[in-house]
Write a protein that binds this ligand. Sequence first.
Ligand code: ATP
Ligand code: MG
Length: 254
Amino acid sequence: MTSKIHVEKLDKHFGALVALEDFNLDVAPNEFLSIVGTSGCGKSTLLSILAGLESATSGSVTLDGQDIIGPGRDRGVVFQSHSLLPWLTCQQNVEFALRDGSLSAKERADRARKQLALVGLTDFADSYPVALSGGMKQRVAIARSLAYRPEVLLMDEPFGALDALTRRVMQELLTNVWEQHKLTVVFITHDVQEAVFVSDRVVVMSNRPGHVKAEFRVDLPRPRDHSLAASPEFSALTGKVLEAIYSEALAVVG
Ligand SMILES: Nc1ncnc2c1ncn2[C@@H]1O[C@H](COP(=O)(O)OP(=O)(O)OP(=O)(O)O)[C@@H](O)[C@H]1O
Ligand SMILES: [Mg+2]
């Protein structure tokens, strides 16, 4: 099968600092891929390159066989902090993402309502971000990133700022959304359990300069809910991923 995303011999330098070196990755259409790695290993750099916000120093990065040369509506991006516009309501924030003129005002409003319903926020459509909890704001950000129906969703520690319980709820919500939308997801986290819970495959990065150190296929049944975390298969797999990342973490510390 042809890859949705293909990364080959990617290097990224920031001056003398080498953030990524010989990074190679293929992501299949509709795959849910997580990337884990220690702090500073180059995860956000990789995601920015996939988003088209940073350029590669060398190597090839393609989406559907085309070079990624800038941001595009084929990709939705969600960052750790929600980045909603505070002066717009939830509904308006989602509609704002659709402002390119390809939809009528009514179509934009309908689409935004539907996206907010998908993340369980119908009752808060007319609320401003200030009136929402952190998890709710991230749900609006997810609704917004999916509003223009991207084929690829790029997420950089989207639940990093949330408490453990809200995180779990968001992980389930995200996998449910993914099952309905069927799109290709690249999900960055440093939480191994989170990575295994949401993914089809988990890639472990080396310390900087980042490259792929190991990868693990997650053949756990879907739809997933958090009872899965109690299963021996889940523990065995998270144990293996942790082992791969732990030696990198030890090297950082000391
Ligand atoms: N714009 C930039 N200019 C200079 N150096 C940068 C820039 N962006 C990232 N770096 C460096 O590249 C390396 C990788 O950073 P990156 O943000 O990709 O790490 P990360 O894996 O996302 O870390 P974390 O888990 O802490 O978010 C770091 O050493 C960082 O200092
Ligand atoms: Mg980062």
